[in-house]
Design a protein around this ligand. Structure first.
Ligand SMILES: [Zn+2]
Length: 362
């Protein structure tokens, strides 16, 4: 904790106006004062947009749907968090604009640089928005969005990343973020599984109270950030108010998802087919499937023999695949959204799926 504290104290100069592709400043006090992560993040949102150095009248005037969108939360979660925040007097809510309320964090701290009391001087760490909006691929080859707890842990690690490392204990991180050690441990395990952080073996802590050193996969994160910014830009260019454009944008989005998934499966198939034994077995398997179907109608007497050969070919093919290191599972399509299987239309009722990322401007 001593190390964390020392590093926290240096974090003041990173103050700017958070923008679309920017980041949240999360004051440590908010983490400790809130039971739910959603309460903490919504407060951090109001704080980040209303407490800006050199701009005393800045207010957060984002609509609920904007906040929902930026934090990936439901309306009721945002609603509850804003109510909780404005209840205790630290957050001011101005409803005089009938279209949109605005919010401001009121409490102040002393700015170490200028010695002046300022609300923008609360010790905080940063969580970049792209961390909340990027699906990373895990060891299971599936896409995972970061749970908020993992985004907080990663934000903390990135903020206090010095000389290629972060040193901290699970307990220390848990105390700092107001989370349980179990939650933090889970978050760290997930971040490691997604290859976002590494723990060099020789510096691994002996138990939860011991500190471990973590390295961040900067290359992967830079790539994720670039992709996120690119997506925002392309959304910017499309005039989102034209329903026709929205439709095209939607179709493109799902086409891209499906294309990426096809390419993934195809690359596995290419690897398999490059193996001559697999190639021969797979071809024979497909022939046999046709022959079995034909025999069922025209020559039932040959069925047992053909079925036995097909069974044997399937066994050999599976064995050969295992040798190559590709499973049958790898060849099945995987979907980001199980409801519509990335087609944009729900399998159950054919309606438009709600998994299309929401528009930026509301
Ligand atoms: Zn969907």
């Amino acid at each position: 904790m001593a190390l964390l504290k020392a590093q926290i104290d240096q974090g003041f100069d990173q103050i700017n106006v958070p923008d679309e592709d920017g980041y949240l400043r999360v004051p440590y006090d908010f983490c400790k004062a809130t039971k739910r992560i959603s309460d903490c993040l919504v407060r951090a949102m109001i704080y980040s947009f209303s407490c800006v150095k050199g701009r005393p009248d800045a207010r957060c005037a984002m609509s609920y749907s904007r906040i929902q969108d930026k934090l990936h939360y439901s309306r009721s979660t945002v609603n509850a968090a804003i109510h909780a925040a404005t209840e205790n007097g630290a957050f001011d809510q101005d409803k005089s604009n009938r279209f949109r309320a605005s919010y401001k964090y009121l409490q102040t701290a002393t700015d170490e640089e200028s010695g002046e009391a300022s609300a923008s001087a609360l010790p905080s760490f940063t969580v970049e928005f792209y961390l909340l909006h990027t699906a990373f691929v895990g060891k299971d080859n599936k896409f995972h969005y970061l749970p908020k707890s993992a985004a907080l842990v990663l934000g903390l690690i990135k903020t206090h990343y010095e000389n290629g490392g972060f040193v901290g204990s699970v307990r220390g991180i848990a105390l700092t973020l107001g989370l349980s050690p179990t939650t933090v441990q889970k978050a760290i395990n997930l971040l490691m599984d997604l290859s976002l952080i590494f723990r060099p073996k020789e510096r691994r802590g002996v138990n939860r109270s011991r500190r471990s050193a973590y390295a961040v996969n900067e290359k992967l994160l830079r790539k994720a950030e670039r992709n996120f910014k690119k997506q925002l830009k392309s959304k910017d260019r499309s005039s989102a108010d034209d329903p026709e454009d929205v439709k095209i944008e939607r179709e493109r989005y799902y086409a891209r998802l499906q294309q990426a998934e096809r390419e993934r499966v195809e690359s596995f198939e290419r690897t398999l087919n490059a193996d001559s034994r697999y190639f021969a077995l797979d071809r024979r398997r497909r022939q046999l499937e046709i022959e079995v179907a034909k025999a069922e109608v025209f020559m039932p007497i040959r069925l047992p023999e053909l079925e036995e050969e097909l069974r044997q070919v399937n066994v050999d093919r599976a064995r050969q695949m295992a040798q190559i290191g590709i499973s049958e599972e790898d060849l099945k399509p995987r979907f980001l959204c199980p409801k519509c299987e990335d087609t944009g239309y729900n399998k159950s009722d054919g309606r438009m799926c709600d998994c299309f990322p929401k528009r930026r401007r509301t």
